[in-house]
Ligand binder design. Structure first.
Ligand code: NOJ
Length: 755
């Protein structure tokens, strides 16, 4: 007799019961029918790299699916392909349990928003949530039920290439962004425009020593709790359905085998009720990593016992846990629990009720890269650009002028989407040159020359791109290319340079020891500045880069963070239709030797204020200042804002009360623009050393010329708390400095006494 497929069974069961009872009784029943092998199968995630064409049940994954030995796949693309796989899971496996299909949908699916570090520079939570929702809508229409995003790892060392994928250096801002993204992706899971989020990489991946990817992390618990944990916790509290472990060690134990982290902190302290997946091949790599934590059998057992539920790609759980069970190294209860969590995720997504929820090819056609999504991406991308300099008001540009557009990023389609964009369709996107030519139309003229190579070393340049399956930027003859660029620059009224990092110079495995403009690009820029023409540098970057020389020689500099609509968005801002409004979420250093660099530092016993000359026996450097070249929170626009001093509703506050800090902001220039008004707090005296300042609030406002707005922040006890030496979350009464301003460097201060 043909069995009733699991999803149909679930539907029948669901009639007349509430959702939770429904889920529990359904999963209890299902678990009671599952063999050990089928349970371990649910904990196994395979990569779909090998799926090309042909009958899905003939592929490796297909066969494993039929045998009930796989619960999830990643890296399968295309709605029809995914539908076919799902069909095998549902119709050909014994219990018909649907697959959960995951993918790295990091800053969009086919409509690509700025890379996450750029998106964070909008400080616009509504826009960030909308970007996640659009990503979920497109991915969800293309078979994807689960995205490996958001990445919320704090990073204070831009040598690490994955600074590109996170939200910068600040725990407060990172937490708010994490919440917005979870809401945008997941909603209430009811629609096929809601997919499951995966918070990663838990934990501390952004603190890799020397900024070298996959490297050791060593950190005090106090720092974890006060600086690095906040965004993970916020994401969990916002209801994140899953968490991904990190590659690094935490307290000398690989994160995936760290029971304190995965169970005590994540589940017991933060009440996480979703499932945990390892990162790619972590279990395999733990055997190779010299961590001395054993072979595949013992590593798998340790990970399960630590609290990991799904093994990404290593196939350690599926191959070795049954033996560990026989040997008494793991229990049936632990396997059941992990299996239950995976099944619960499928239930919450509605996959038992409709396994094809995300497989509607009509939706895929009508929604993917649709006009509405592109328009939103264009607007949000324009919000992300950070104007660092604009001496002599070089910007905005005049459409009617002759523009020389120069540089390796000016006419480069394959890199425009940015790092981690595996669903990108570069053929559909405009290069900066194409967008600009279209934008100025017949009014002006855009001349183009690549002008130089991206990197000095041809081999490295090729590896950076080809390693990610992307066409490298063409190599050019240096002298000829420079002559061509200088030629068009001489002819032009203004020079716009699109330079910096190509897409894949940031992201996974792209650590750098030098953060200035690569040598061939700098040489060209130097020559161009000698022409004494107005010149703009569009600095494409996936991290904080060093722009010291440029800041002394190039009048206008704007940081640009990729995206499928980057070309059009750039035109909107460069020609003044929109005023720039991005603000840095990372400190931009003077020199690599300053790293790690972040604004929320602790005080030293021998401080040297920024801007003061070098002193002996003090905490400073001989060659460079302590502070950044461009601080956290910083960004210019086409108007000027004036801030009043901060005022407090009262000078004293009870430790269970509230106070209000208010500041007036006026647009004193001649253009409408947005400003991000920032609130910082310092706990002046406490039982442990506390940062000089910490972001505790912000509001993005848009003011017309001459307009003034009052911005108020409510100071609650929550904003004043921290983790003390016992790791208790406390408010210690005393003086607090309340600061407001346009960035962390330019603030006005008031003192609040907390009783
Ligand atoms: C490894 C990366 O660290 C992680 O961020 C990503 O989600 C997985 N690979 C899957 O592609």
């Amino acid at each position: 007799m043909k069995k009733i497929p699991a999803y149909l069974f679930a539907f029948l069961l669901s009639q007349g019961m509430n959702a939770q009872t429904d889920m529990n009784s359904y999963i209890n029943d299902l678990l009671s029918k599952m063999t050990l092998e089928e349970k371990l199968g649910q904990l196994n995630q395979l990569t779909g790299d090998d799926i090309n064409t042909g009958a899905p049940s003939q592929t490796r994954i297909g066969k494993e699916l039929i045998a009930g030995r796989v619960g999830s796949v990643l890296n399968v693309q295309g709605v029809d392909k995914i539908r076919a796989l799902q069909k095998v899971a549902v119709e050909e496996s014994r219990l018909g349990i649907p697959l959960i299909v995951g993918l790295d949908v990091i800053h969009g699916y086919e409509t690509l928003f700025p890379i996450p570090i750029g998106l964070s520079c909008t400080w616009d939570l509504a826009a960030i949530k909308q970007s996640a929702h659009i990503a979920a809508t497109e991915a969800g229409a293309n078979g994807i039920a689960w995205t490996f995003s958001p990445m919320v790892d704090i990073c204070v060392d831009p040598r690490w290439g994955r600074q590109a994928e996170g939200n910068g250096e600040d725990p407060y801002l990172g937490s708010r962004i994490a919440e917005a993204m979870i809401e945008g992706y997941q909603g209430d899971y009811s629609g096929n425009d809601n997919i499951m989020a995966c918070v990663k990489h838990f934990a501390l991946y952004g603190a890799a020593e020397s900024g070298r990817d996959y490297n050791t992390v060593d950190m005090s618990r106090l720092r974890m709790y006060n600086q690095y944990f906040a965004p993970y916790k916020a994401a969990v509290e916002a209801g994140a359905g899953s968490v991904m472990t990190s590659f690094n060690i935490v307290d000398y134990v690989p994160a995936s085998a760290n029971r304190w982290l995965m169970t005590d902190v994540l589940r017991n302290q933060w009440k996480f009720d979703g499932f945990v997946v390892t990162d790619y091949a972590t279990i395999t790599e733990m055997q190779q990593g010299g961590w001395g934590v054993g072979n595949v059998k013992s590593v798998s057992a340790r990970c399960l016992k630590a609290g990991v539920d799904m093994d990404m790609v290593s196939q350690g759980f599926v191959s070795a846990l049954s033996q560990s069970l026989n040997e008494g190294k793991v229990t049936m209860q632990e396997i059941d629990q992990a299996c239950r969590r995976v099944l619960e995720a499928k239930w919450k997504l509605g996959l038992f009720a409709d396994p094809y929820k995300y497989c509607d090819s009509k939706r895929a056609k009508s929604l993917t890269y649709c006009k509405e999504h592109r328009d939103a991406a264009r607007r949000i991308t324009a919000e992300s650009f950070v104007l660092l300099r604009n001496e002599g008001n070089v910007l905005p540009l005049d459409k009617g002028k002759k523009i020389a557009l120069i540089g390796p990023m000016a006419h480069n389609r394959d890199d425009i989407a940015g790092t981690w964009s595996f669903s990108a369709k570069p053929d559909k996107y405009k290069t900066v040159y194409e967008a600009m030519t279209e934008y100025v139309g017949k009014k002006g003229k855009v001349l183009y020359a690549q002008g130089c190579n991206l990197l000095e070393d041809a081999q490295t340049q090729q590896t950076v791109s080809q390693g990610h399956g992307v066409k490298p930027i063409p190599r050019v003859n240096d002298e000829q290319a420079m002559a061509e660029a200088l030629g068009i620059a001489r002819e032009a009224d203004v020079i716009v340079c699109a330079m910096g990092e190509c897409a894949w110079m940031s992201g996974e495995g792209t650590s750098r020891t030098e953060l200035q403009l690569p040598a061939p690009q700098r040489r060209l820029l130097e020559k161009l500045t000698q022409l004494n023409k107005p010149i703009v540098l569009l600095n494409f970057a996936g991290r904080a880069t060093i722009l010291k020389w440029e800041s002394e020689h190039v009048p206008a500099i704007m940081n640009v963070w990729f995206g499928s609509e980057c070309g059009d968005a750039l035109c909107d801002v460069l020609f003044g239709e929109t005023s720039p409004s991005g603000r840095l979420t990372i400190s931009m250093p003077h020199a690599v030797g300053q790293l790690p660099l972040y604004y929320n530092q602790l005080q030293t016993g021998r401080p040297v204020p920024d801007g003061e000359p070098f002193r002996v026996f003090a905490s400073n450097y001989i060659e460079q200042p302590n502070g950044p070249l461009y601080p956290f929170g910083y960004g210019l626009t086409y108007t000027t804002f004036q801030y009043s001093n901060v005022t407090l509703s009262q000078n004293e506050m009870a430790s269970n009360g509230t106070a209000t800090a208010t500041v007036e902001v006026s647009n004193t220039g001649s253009r409408e623009a947005s400003e991000v008004v920032q609130l910082y707090i310092r706990d002046v005296e406490a039982s442990i050393s506390r940062p000089l300042m910490e972001l505790k609030g912000f509001e993005r406002i848009t003011l017309k010329p001459g307009e003034t707005r009052k911005v108020s922040f409510t100071i609650t006890p929550e904003l004043l708390k921290f983790y003390n030496s016992e790791l208790s979350y406390v408010l210690e009464p005393g003086d607090f400095t309340i600061m407001t301003g346009p960035d962390c460097k330019h603030v006005s201060k008031a003192t609040l006494k907390v009783r």
